[in-house]
Design a protein around this ligand. Structure first.
Ligand code: MG
Ligand code: ZN
Length: 433
């Protein structure tokens, strides 16, 4: 598989005059050199550099790539063609699926794993997606439980909109057929123009959700943050190469007020400290993963679509504090029959309904988590038991159900806390020791 790197940008905001943006020094080395070596180390040795502004600087630095152990082809645009237009003009070099990277991103991603995900799910492309701390002024997207992108929600967003916090990062795997959607002439962008057109045409694009580090560093402030994240080890620590601890959060009674089934977005009410507590964990660089039983889907009180709206309300509430969930795992099942509107296929004795550990195990598999160093915060003994069954530790909260299911299945929490803030502070301290 070839890797295509878009490196025609000017770097005006970084104050660069003698080199293109992709050649900005990051911790002492040109960013593009870092990208080329990362791509090579992931096993991609055929690289296409799409250049424009000051292309000669890049051509002189990399040549044919032999000094870096790769084969490099250069395609220089005569005028700015946008991200999609530039790839269109390199089409003659692209015969199979290819990676697309942007020359102004700092990343540490298991690229081979993402390529394998694309091969498994098919479609015209796979986009690396993650939440951010400012979804209200970001282009957002909606993906279903099969990882298929259903809609794009471009900014600006209407006031008061309930927004799912999911953003496409500047990293894709594309099939050459995706280039058919690019107009034959002129400039166009993948994110703004082409991906929405592909989805609107009913073609498949996949969302590849990962906690790995992908950030653009096109401004002095972002560059400084990227260099700080490199120095602190945060960039590498979140990589799929490393097993890392996570913070699992139950939803009802922990993040939002327990009302015995939230069936509409307007019925979701955040706990008063939820945003601040989750932001503390986000700031510490610990993946925050919601694990929630939603048996009302099986019982027919809630559809997957309505659950999506409820989760968007949760995302929006957390985003008001700059906080986000890195991922969410839902058990839609319920073991007993007898509800008039029930969904027969979901009325099963599954492996994921807490106190079983299936949701945590699935999260560990997707994000390469070290469960023995991970913690769960929940308001029921079923939560605590699920954590222990997965090999993680757990804090019982005195909010929501406050452990009132002890009669069924008393578990032995590793800690008890009065509030989510106290519980998160306890977990972060334990992880730092
Ligand atoms: Mg709960
Ligand atoms: Zn289940």
């Amino acid at each position: 598989m070839k890797a295509v790197v878009l490196c025609g940008g000017k770097g005006t905001r970084l104050g660069l005059t003698d080199r293109p943006k992709a050649m900005v020094p990051v911790a002492g080395r040109p960013l593009l050199e870092r990208l080329v070596e990362d791509v090579r180390d992931a096993g991609f040795t055929d690289i296409v550099l799409l250049t424009g502004h000051l292309a000669e600087v890049i051509e002189a630095h990399f040549g044919d790539g032999s000094a870096f152990g790769v084969r490099i082809e250069h395609v220089r645009e005569a005028e700015p063609l946008g991200t999609a237009g530039a790839v269109r003009d390199a089409r003659h070099l692209l015969t199979g699926p290819f990676l697309v990277l942007y020359g102004d991103t700092l990343l540490d991603v298991d690229l081979a794993r993402m390529a394998a995900f694309h091969a498994e799910h098919g479609g015209l492309g796979t986009l690396f997606v993650h939440p951010n701390d400012h979804p209200h002024d970001s282009d957002l997207l909606v993906a279903d439980t099969d990882h298929r992108i259903r809609r794009f929600l471009p900014k600006p967003h209407p006031d008061g909109a309930m927004l799912p916090n999911l953003v496409s990062a500047a990293l894709y795997v594309l099939d050459p057929a995706a280039i058919d959607a690019v107009p034959a002439d002129g400039a166009s962008d993948w994110g703004r123009d082409i991906f929405p057109a592909i989805v609107a045409a009913g073609e498949r694009l996949n969302a590849y959700r990962s906690v790995e580090y992908v950030k653009d560093i096109g401004t002095p402030a972002r560059l400084a943050k990227g260099e700080a994240d490199l120095a602190s080890g945060r960039v590498a620590r979140l990589s799929h190469r490393h097993a890392k601890p996570a913070l699992f959060l139950d939803r009802d009674g922990v993040l939002n007020v327990e009302i015995n089934g939230v069936h509409r977005a307007q019925d979701l009410h955040l706990m008063p400290d939820a945003g601040d507590a989750v932001r503390m964990a986000n700031a510490a660089g610990v993946p925050v993963i919601c694990v929630t039983n939603q048996p009302d889907i099986a019982k027919g009180f809630l559809t997957e679509e309505t659950l999506g709206e409820v989760m968007a309300a949760l995302d929006t509430g957390l985003a008001a504090s700059g906080a986000y969930l890195d991922d969410t795992f839902v058990c839609p099942h319920h073991p007993e029959r007898g509800w008039p509107g029930e969904v027969a296929a979901l009325k099963i004795d599954c492996d994921c309904r807490k106190p079983k550990p299936g949701l945590l195990l699935a999260a560990a598999d997707r994000h390469h988590l070290d469960l023995s160093r991970s913690w769960l915060i929940g308001d029921r003994h079923a939560d605590i038991a699920a954590a222990h069954a997965a090999g993680a530790r757990a804090v019982l909260l005195e909010t929501g159900h406050a452990g009132n299911d002890a009669g069924n299945r008393r578990a032995d929490p590793d800690h008890v806390a009065a509030t989510l803030t106290d519980a998160v502070a306890f977990v972060l301290k334990a992880l730092a020791e």
